[in-house]
Design a binder for this molecule. Sequence first.
Ligand SMILES: [Zn+2]
Length: 440
Amino acid sequence: MRYLYFILIVASMFFRGAYADVEKLKFSLHKLESSQQGPTILVIGGIQGDEPGGFNAASLLVTEYSIHSGNVWVVPNLNFPSIIHRSRGIYGDMNRKFADIKPDDPEYDIVEKIKAIILDKRVDIVLNLHDGSGFYRPVYIDKLHNASRWGQSVIIDQAELPDVKYGNLQQLADEVAQHVNKIISRKNHWFAVKNTHTREGDREMEKTLTYFAIQHQRPAFGVEASKSFLTHERTLFHLQIVEAFMQKLGIEYTRGFNLTSRAVKQRIDNNVKLALYENRIFFDMARARARLSYIPMRKDSPLEFSSSNPLVAVINKKRYYQVRYGNRHVTRLHPEYFEFDDSLQNVKLEIDGVLHEVKLGTAVKVLDKFKVLPLEGYRINVIGFRRKGVRNESGLLISRNDIARRFSVDKSAKFYRVEFYRGNRFCGMVLVDFTSNSRV
Ligand SMILES: [Zn+2]
């Protein structure tokens, strides 16, 4: 079986997806590469599907970071089917399949693919991001803080990988932990370094991704944020650790937000944008209703989508499509099938008294009122707008209160669909965004 997965050079912020059965979702590799030579870090998130701190951090690396020297390769969704199912592993623990895996294991292809990426000559170090229970502490403090816990630790399999660049694992992990602990204000949230001494007979750890890397002369570290924290807090800790590694290796970067708990939460919660059919349809799904009806879809052809976030999946459920984002449910798209018409790219809207040329498949901010200028041969349907005897809503001045709230895309009733048709064919959609109107 040919195995498809996506290698994406991050140029635009939209990632092409394929609709699929959950079990067939493939992970994506995002190469954040700079023109300045330097080391390459491979960051992996989501080897277990119920550890959202790790995979959200990896996803934010992809969407929010620019690399200016060296390279960061990111797989934010290694075990994508399990992420979507919110399960540690729908076929068992993937992180126990790296020493030995049977060819008929459903995850055989995924494991072989990620092994090949780990062994790529350009990869200098590997970080595998996890969320772990409690707080690892070398000596027993209490039930939650002791040596058998995993949270808030940087994990190494052994102290040294002789004759390998960055093979001073213990030293590097110690420096990273110290670096991060300087910016973590509460001492009981600090990171500690845990050496599992895998080679000395840890049968469980021998089967892991990091030990596979170590055995092949690739420096590798596990990073565990504590499950005692909320997702965005774990994500923040992960990003602090990854940044510390980047700094130690001399990888220069910038990011699009301040590294605070609040900003991280805002980024995780709000970056769920979905475009269908080469951007003819665009949704901001941040606070979408649980179900959206009469979504125009192309007759007799598979759904194409792209998303602002590599953790978004659109799952074919036969009668509807389920939109998932990491561990979260976003919405259900209930289709209405149409032939499509490609003749229209841009439309004219008067927004708050000013004329705009608007590309189909985009969102426009409206403070008060909008009007779609009449288009010969086309019909305009503002979803939720009702006026007796009106079937074409072009040329009408429409305010937020003219549209029934229950037709909004979002729960706060601020996003509405304006659809364009030619005869019975669907041309595309513009999303009208009333979020800047504080009165609604
Ligand atoms: Zn884990």
